[in-house]
Design a protein around this ligand. Structure first.
Ligand code: FE
Length: 230
């Protein structure tokens, strides 16, 4: 089996949110698609271990915020690499509650869909929720972020519990080794030749020269949580 071919499947990047009583949570997701137009149905795959999964199961409602290309990796990292069990992911995030009570991200988003779960399908590590869209709104006509754009342009990484996670082979890691440093929390790789332009680090800055308060642009981990690659 050639796992590289999986990278040729196209996806978007979304923040899927839900609630349980007064509590709200959300997570980054790529496996979201429309599967029917009458009625408008969407399918969403969510890892069973995630808090958002627990909330969708209990409340039967969710919302999907569609990220734009300008969404910073830190926003995706906040929702993709942190757990709502340990922090309030919505602290310092511009959001509002939709008609079904689920949070909608109000910045860096093209719009949203609110859904009521009508069916569930067990998919191994994940549950596929089928939801009927009850409300939606287009905020603007900007370019939505695709998964490829997130990886290639934003140099984003994939958490281990995403449906698309593929383990990097040891030989691939060793082949690329050259003063690159890897975040031990999220897998982001700091490449000195590219720097971290969003974080004000110019290309050509060696890892050792990064300021002490520099943090991982994806998950916010501190510099000492990085390890040399290879
Ligand atoms: Fe990280």
């Amino acid at each position: 089996m050639d796992t590289k071919v999986f990278h040729k499947i196209s996806y978007g990047v979304y923040i899927v949110t839900s609630r349980e009583g007064d509590r709200i949570n959300g997570q980054a997701a790529n496996a979201v698609m429309q599967v029917c137009s009458k009625p408008p149905l969407i399918a969403i795959a969510i890892n069973k271990e995630n808090l958002t999964h627990e909330f969708i199961k209990k409340s039967g409602v969710c919302a999907v915020s569609i990220l734009l290309q300008d969404a910073p990796p830190s926003l995706i990292g906040r929702f993709g690499f942190k757990s709502g069990r340990e922090m309030d992911k919505f602290d310092a995030i511009n959001y509002r509650l939709g008609a079904n009570g689920c949070p909608i991200i109000a910045e860096h988003t093209a719009g949203y869909l609110e859904a009521k779960v009508t069916k569930e399908l067990d998919a191994g590590t994940h549950t596929i929720f089928i939801g009927e869209v009850m409300d939606s709104q287009l905020f603007n006509d900007g370019e939505p972020m695709t998964y490829a754009y997130y990886h290639d342009v934003k140099r984003g990484t994939t958490p281990k519990n995403a449906p698309t996670y593929i383990e990097t082979k040891q030989e691939e890691k060793e082949g690329k080794a050259m003063k690159k440093y890897k975040c031990s929390v999220c897998g982001y790789i700091y490449d000195p030749s590219e720097g971290d332009p969003d974080g004000g680090i110019v290309p050509g800055t060696p890892f050792e020269k990064l300021p002490d308060d520099w943090t991982c642009p994806v998950c916010g981990a501190s510099k000492d949580q990085f390890e040399p690659e290879g």
